[in-house]
Design a protein around this ligand. Structure first.
Ligand code: UGA
Length: 434
């Protein structure tokens, strides 16, 4: 989630918020209410809070920090080539904060950072101080999903605050006071490392849940079971819960792939391998190839075939394509000699930068025109009710690969399509046929 989203939400809580970014162009755009990425509802929240003078934007850290009681560090922590989080930006901003500190403030990390970072950062800040001013560290990980980050911020399941100092705990609780009305549990961790580990544990657990169901989905195909029913029944057990049990193309995005790798690295560094998460990463990495194998089974050798990809973003309601399964699937299809046509409601500009030569289309139907195979890659709502009759008429072949289990075999067969999905084998006269 971006600084502007968090800033707008905190301002909406009634706080005075100044968002700082080094990119002049981005800041000027935000002042005009222009959001540099797609996030439902964010533009109106920014506009409203700017108008009400609770939200400002600047490129000057000094100005941003002037009257602040809490400074949130939310810079990016990209993944380094060895899998761990790259803390260059975090530490650099720490130095600048240290040099500017002239009264007591809480310095709080919001970016997902390896366990132990807040303590290291405190030293960086202290070393950069021009005069000895008191400050406290806090860690306040967040659990927001792209595409629904505002709702997640405003109605969180819990708020985690790691800090060892009473004044910092008090200030952080004050920030989240509006959530008391919703009875939101606040988990205060007197060891800051606990808060840092919670974030990795949550993301890695959810990612593992997805890989678990994907692996069971492969087995379901072999034994003739239906994974959607397996997942539903599992989810009805309140100890398991129904969320994050959708089988398909697996997890992508800027968080799960990065955080799972980082947790594995942290474990290795401390001589405590987190092998279960390493296995989840491996399962996930194999899913685009599984989708490709299913495509091959539907249409044979992809050479000379036209494939229509519906959805490119790593999930619906975002233009983010980072680590999206669509990237690897496209690579495999192109390598095998297929012609790829594609559509996504918002992610095409980003995808075009990686694959400039695909045939990008206006909508699902244009994409499927003349195609041998339609592949539902991302479950955007607009692909959920396709006119299958029309689709059958405009396509060259009638094959449909459903990477998100949105449709079902009975329905697609009724319209004359060869259909494949994940974890729901085709059954004819009580026998599994594929
Ligand atoms: C994730 C977490 O859900 C947030 O709690 C966390 O704050 C965020 O990372 C972060 O660390 O910033 P996000 O990456 O936006 O949020 O997306 P999710 O909705 O969690 O989906 C992640 C991926 O898993 C997507 O590719 C989605 O298609 C896939 N997924 C999700 C499945 O394949 N199956 C499921 O059942 C659920």
């Amino acid at each position: 989630m971006s600084t502007s989203s968090r800033g707008a939400c905190l301002a909406d809580f009634g706080h005075d918020v100044v968002c700082v970014d080094i990119l002049e162009e981005r800041i000027r755009g935000l002042e005009r209410g222009e959001i540099p990425f797609y996030e439902p509802g964010l533009d109106s929240l920014v506009t409203k809070n700017v108008r009400d003078e609770r939200l400002r934007f600047t490129t000057s850290l000094a100005e941003g920090m002037r009257n602040a009681q809490v400074v949130f560090i939310a810079v990016q922590t990209p993944q380094s080539s060895s899998g761990e989080a790259d803390l260059t930006y975090v530490m650099e901003v720490g130095k600048q904060i240290g040099a500017l500190l002239d009264d007591y403030k809480v310095i709080c990390t919001k970016s997902t950072v390896p366990v132990g970072t807040a303590r290291r950062l405190a030293k960086v800040i202290r070393d950069a101080q021009k005069k000895p001013v008191d400050f406290d560290m806090a860690s306040n990980p967040e659990f927001l999903r792209e595409g629904s980050s505002i709702e997640d911020f405003m109605r969180p399941d819990r708020v985690v605050i790691g800090t060892e100092a009473a004044p910092a705990e008090h200030l952080m609780r004050e920030i989240y006071r509006p959530l008391f009305l919703l009875d939101t549990p606040i988990v205060h961790c007197p060891r800051i490392e606990t808060a840092e580990l919670i974030k990795y544990a949550c993301n890695s657990f959810l990612a593992t849940k997805i890989s678990f169901i994907n692996q069971v989905a492969s087995l379901a195909e072999k034994v003739g079971a239906d994974i959607t029913q397996v997942a539903k029944a599992m989810g009805l057990d309140r100890r398991i819960g129904g969320k994050f049990l959708h089988a398909g193309l697996g997890f992508g995005g800027s968080c799960f792939p990065k955080d799972t790798q980082a947790l594995v690295r942290i474990g290795e560094e401390h001589g405590e391998p987190i092998s279960i998460v390493a296995a989840a990463i491996e399962v996930n990495a194999g899913l685009p190839a599984r989708a490709f194998a299913k495509a091959r089974k539907l249409v044979g050798d992809p050479r000379g075939k036209v494939v229509a990809l519906l959805g490119l973003s790593f999930k619906p309601n975002t233009d983010d394509i980072r680590q999206a399964g669509s990237l690897e699937l496209t690579r495999l299809l192109l390598e095998a000699g297929a012609t790829v046509r594609a559509h996504d409601p918002v992610a095409m500009p980003g995808f075009r930068k990686v694959y400039p030569d695909l045939q990008y289309c206006k909508n699902a139907y244009e994409t499927c025109e003349g195609a041998d195979l339609a592949v539902l890659v991302t479950e955007w709502n607009q692909y959920r009710q396709l006119d299958l009759n029309h689709l059958g008429e405009i396509m060259r072949g009638k094959a449909f690969l459903d990477c998100r289990n949105v449709y079902n075999d009975e329905r697609l067969t009724e319209y004359g399509f060869a259909y494949a999905c994940f974890g729901r084998p085709r059954v004819r006269d009580g026998e599994v046929v594929s």
